[in-house]
Ligand binder design. Structure first.
Ligand SMILES: [Zn+2]
Length: 274
């Protein structure tokens, strides 16, 4: 996983402080939210050194990402980090059953979440410090970016540490249910596929790219300015048929010129080759 690429592709400024991960496997399936418990008034990202390098009782890095009180996003490590620990079997089962996470209760007998979740540590004292709106908003935005990038369901794959382990309270100070609702409502995750396409692009060889409201999508390595929604079709004997990514959402926000081998049309796909 390249954290900086994921964030930058979603237009999120990122401070690159990456260090190598712990030499264990990391196959993320979701995002886990935390708070650092740094003291009130201790600054923007007072936990950076600890999150990067660990502490006497726990080797670092301690999470993949660190979110400052200012909303600054710091990439700490692309690899395995010590942030989640062993969770409950109930939490793991709920994930696999597509159920919304719940407050974890004993017994803590499940898998080690460090193999499975991107950890986001957010600076907050966890005992009543208000969450600044811009920090909370960035927490939501970063979570939405990862869900978008990896097609994770935000109602299932975004969980708090307290929903993984009964001995944790983080992140405290907001509702994880509301947080998931906010992530789900983020524009990254609300494609506008019901809208008519504004632009059709036909690549020589028979692939039709349909772009909805906002630019031009990317596919097959061509990253173009796009963000609202798109679909990909391919011609066969029956005409144009949707063949991949029915709910494809353009993944990149980069501003690039159209490739020279594309041409632009302005027809509804049903009218082409039908
Ligand atoms: Zn935690």
């Amino acid at each position: 996983m390249d954290l900086v690429a994921v964030l930058e592709d979603h237009g999120i400024p990122v401070v690159d402080q990456r260090v190598p991960g712990i030499p264990k496997a990391f196959h993320p399936v979701g995002v886990m939210a935390h708070h650092t418990a740094s003291p009130l008034g201790s600054g923007d990202i007072p936990s950076l050194n600890i999150v990067k390098h660990g502490r006497p009782d726990l080797s670092g890095p301690l999470s993949q990402l660190l979110l400052g009180r200012s909303g600054a996003v710091v990439a700490v490590s692309d690899g395995h980090c010590h942030h989640a620990g062993g969770g409950t079997q109930a939490a793991w089962d709920a994930y696999h059953n597509g159920q919304e996470p719940q407050r974890a209760v004993n017994p803590r007998n499940g898998v080690n979440g460090n193999y499975w979740f991107v950890g986001i540590e957010a600076e907050n004292n966890g005992v009543g410090e208000p969450w600044p709106a811009h920090q909370y908003k960035m927490y939501v935005t970063v979570s939405a970016a990862f869900c978008h990038e990896f097609d994770w369901d935000p109602t299932v794959a975004v969980l708090g540490h307290s929903e993984w382990r009964p001995d944790k309270i983080d992140p405290a100070g907001f509702s994880m249910h509301q947080f998931r609702q906010d992530v789900s409502a983020h524009p990254f995750l609300t494609p506008t596929l019901e809208r008519p396409p504004m632009l059709l692009i036909i690549r020589p060889g028979g692939t039709l790219y349909v772009v909805y409201d906002g630019g031009v999508m990317d596919h097959a390595g061509n990253n173009i300015n796009a963000y609202a929604g798109a679909a990909v079709y391919q011609a066969d004997a029956e005409g144009w048929n949707r063949y991949v990514d029915q709910n494809y959402r353009a993944r990149h926000l980069m501003n690039k010129d159209l490739p020279a081998d594309l041409k632009v049309n302005a027809k509804w796909p049903a009218l082409i080759g039908g």
